[in-house]
Design a protein around this ligand. Structure first.
Ligand SMILES: NC(=O)c1ccc[n+]([C@@H]2O[C@H](COP(=O)([O-])OP(=O)(O)OC[C@H]3O[C@@H](n4cnc5c(N)ncnc54)[C@H](OP(=O)(O)O)[C@@H]3O)[C@@H](O)[C@H]2O)c1
Length: 252
């Protein structure tokens, strides 16, 4: 059977864990050559070796790292057909208590870093290339204590619309995937303790009509479809994958 991404060169930011890792694996299973990034050298090297990808240490929150990443990918592969801008963090604070440090930490990685990853990779994405932005249903929901995180994802959805128009002229498609709660290390990776994560998980579960968390592999399948020629007429669209959470029914 032919593979969906045969011969394609793909870059996945934040590919050492969760959604990024599952997507890198699915891209490889579908025939792509994949570059993964992350901030931790050991993790990047170990994961890349395990899944047969190329690992590059790069912090999406630092513009100099993004420049180096593009340079390395260009010198190794010459171009990128598929770019999955996935790396992101979540931190919680009320609006009243939010500090500049809280604001900058999230925005630098989730929005500024995503923006410049797109901007700086564009010169080496040829006609037929595809970009996917990893947003969130938080972009359009009102979860308390998530204002900066939610705004960082809302900014991606806004960027998507303009980017889809600009990139259409170059024959490049771009879409956003907006997951609801997916079982990953996202909360643990920012230092939340186990009890807090468990409380958060059971409160969240109540809000999901399908009564389970999503799996990274399910998001990976969607990103892979959008990155393939089967999705050739899809650009500028936001794809919600959330077990029905966004429906937010009043009763039942
Ligand atoms: N899990 C969910 O419920 C959910 C829902 C909606 C949206 N999302 C979004 O999905 C994306 C992936 O999250 P996940 O849930 O898969 O979390 P995860 O398991 O914590 O994975 C995050 C990945 O991003 C990397 N990363 C974080 N900051 C980075 C940076 N500055 N530069 C480069 N890599 C960085 C991490 O590696 P290092 O820490 O080693 O750098 C890791 O590989 C995020 O954008 C998140 O906002 C997740």
């Amino acid at each position: 059977m032919s593979q969906l991404l045969e011969g394609k060169i793909a870059v996945v930011t934040g590919g050492t864990s969760g959604i990024g890792l599952a997507t890198a694996k699915e891209f490889i299973a579908q025939g792509a050559k994949v570059v993964i990034t992350g901030r931790k050298k050991d993790e990047v090297e170990k994961t890349a070796a395990e899944i047969n990808a190329t690992g590059i240490v790069s912090d999406q929150g630092k513009l100099t790292d993004i420049d180096d990443l593009v340079k390395q990918v260009k010198s190794t592969f010459g171009l990128v057909n598929i770019l999955f801008i996935n790396a992101g963090i979540v931190l919680f604070s009320s609006i009243e208590d939010a500090t500049e440090e809280h604001f900058d930490r999230i925005m630098n990685i989730n929005f500024k870093g995503s923006f410049f990853t797109l901007s700086k990779f564009l010169p080496i994405i040829p006609k037929g290339g595809v970009v996917t932005l990893l947003s969130s249903i938080n972009a359009t929901t009102g979860q308390s204590n998530s204002s900066v995180y939610s705004a960082s994802k809302g900014a991606l959805n806004s960027l998507l619309k303009v980017a889809s128009t600009e990139l259409a002229a170059k024959g490049i498609r771009i879409n956003a995937v907006c997951p609801g709660p997916i079982a990953t290390n996202l909360l643990a990776s920012v230092g939340l303790d186990n009890a807090t994560i468990q409380n958060f998980a059971s409160a969240t579960l109540n809000k999901i009509p399908l009564k389970r968390f999503g799996k990274s592999e399910e998001v990976a399948k969607l990103v892979t479809f959008l990155s393939s020629d089967d999705a050739g007429f899809i650009t500028g669209s936001e794809y919600v994958i959330d077990g029905g959470t966004n429906v937010n029914s009043i009763i039942g």
